[in-house]
Design a protein around this ligand. Sequence first.
Ligand code: URA
Length: 262
Amino acid sequence: MPAPASIDAISALTEWWGDMGVEVDDATVQAYLKVAERTGPAAESAPAQPARRPRRKKVDWVEEARKIAASCQTLDALKAAIEAFEGSPLKGAAENTVVCDGTPGASLMVIGEGPGAEEDRRGLPFVGKAGQLLDRMLAAIQRDRTENAFITNVNYWRPPGNRNPEAEELAVCRPFVDRMIELSQPKVIVAAGGVPAKSLLASSDGIMRLRGTEHVFKTAGGFTAPLIPILHPAYLLRRPQDKSRAWRDLLLVEQRLGELGG
Ligand code: URA
């Protein structure tokens, strides 16, 4: 029979199991701790200690997001669920959760990278300088968020210093992004910028390679729609000489919407 273990050893072991994602059965651990209290090396010399609870198992936030997203049957429910979600490491430093804006169920859905300072302050996507340019770009193809366009992002919380979101930060949002697409059923999706284009298409290609053509996007739940990557309006503010490329991409968006009855 193995020598009785100390309470500290059992606590350390169960904490390590938790960190490694191993299911730790609370009742069993408590039973071990009780035995250690009675028979362990410290039992005779030290006063009895209360059984310590092992640290809680790490939450798999992507899996959690999947379950929550799948349970949402309306866009309003999904928006509320995203706002209540605690699984993004970015949430603590953000002022607001920025989910979506525009016309639910519109045939055109624009998906950007994530909130900047102004969006974080106001709790709405694309309302800063880049957002104003996006509105003008959409107007050029007779689209307006108040009538026939829906706008969201692949990340709902502003990263510190406006850096790009990290892969894990995008991963916890992704089930919500997919579910939002499934509930909105857009005819055409526009990915505004390299971050959403690469992330949604699971591609390592840059935006210059991805733009200019249509891709097929499929959600985890099996809904498919054409996805057209465009240059991000913030990039176009810095490089207005590339606006002709953006214009060509927008014409493709307009053409596909026309073909698909959007
Ligand atoms: N840029 C984005 O990609 N999304 C926003 O909501 C604002 C700026």
